[in-house]
Design a binder for this molecule. Structure first.
Ligand code: 5RP
Length: 211
């Protein structure tokens, strides 16, 4: 089974957690792209908030009711993908540069569900951590953080500049605290285990459910 099939399998498994009347946060990415039609097919009376314009457009075209975040102060459930899932539950998100909005939605959710193919669980977080930076004072923020490479991509819908922090990821809690404390950094792609309720990982046609 391909990783695309696994993304679909995990996404389809997650829609069983959504019930009539719920307010639902929708993530961003290729795994979420499989979630949207599966959720629409259930025909539930739900309202959804999207974490990106591309999710909002795709969900709306499928007939899902998208409302503005200003109408919502909490979610019954939010469902999203991840780039890396560590054994202790830390996530790296933001490959699609939507991590700031995704973290606001995940934090406001009673139940935050991660859906993933089998390539996403890792022995240890590695590589880099996506960051969103204020355009104001960008040079000073880059100097302070020292290890950020900017991406050649459009700004976020909120005007943020997107980059990736390259450095030691062996202590995610310490790094998350350091990044969060840096003035000019809007948010980063490290999501703590305390924010995550369920992880659905598809391996072939099986789905591992980590809680
Ligand atoms: C977007 C994200 C995505 O959830 C993450 O990059 C995983 O994407 P995909 O489902 O395409 O593998 O954090 O900002």
């Amino acid at each position: 089974m391909s990783s695309e099939d696994e993304k679909r399998t995990a996404a389809v498994a997650s829609v069983g957690l959504v019930e009539n009347g719920m307010t639902v946060g929708l993530g961003t990415g290729s795994t979420v792209a499989y979630l949207l039609p599966a959720l629409a097919a259930r025909g539930l009376d739900i309202r959804c908030v999207a974490t990106s314009p591309r999710t909002a457009t795709a969900a709306g075209e499928l007939g899902l009711r998208i409302v503005d975040f200003s109408e919502v102060d909490r979610f019954d459930i939010a469902i999203d993908g991840a780039d890396q899932i560590a054994p202790d539950g830390w996530l790296i998100k933001g490959g699609g540069a939507a991590h700031t909005r995704e973290k606001v939605v995940a934090n406001a959710a009673d139940r935050f569900v991660v859906i993933a193919d089998a390539s996403k669980p890792v022995d240890a977080l590695h590589g880099s951590v996506p960051v969103e930076l204020l355009a104001y004072g960008l040079s000073a923020t880059l100097r302070e953080l020292a290890h950020v490479v900017l991406r050649d991509v459009p700004r976020s819908p909120d005007g943020g500049v997107i980059g990736d922090y390259h450095g030691d990821l062996s202590d995610p809690a310490a790094l998350a605290a350091r990044l969060s404390a840096a003035p000019g950094l809007v948010d980063h792609g490290l999501f703590p285990p305390s924010m995550v309720n369920d992880v659905l990982i598809a391996r072939g046609s099986d789905v591992e459910h980590r809680v």
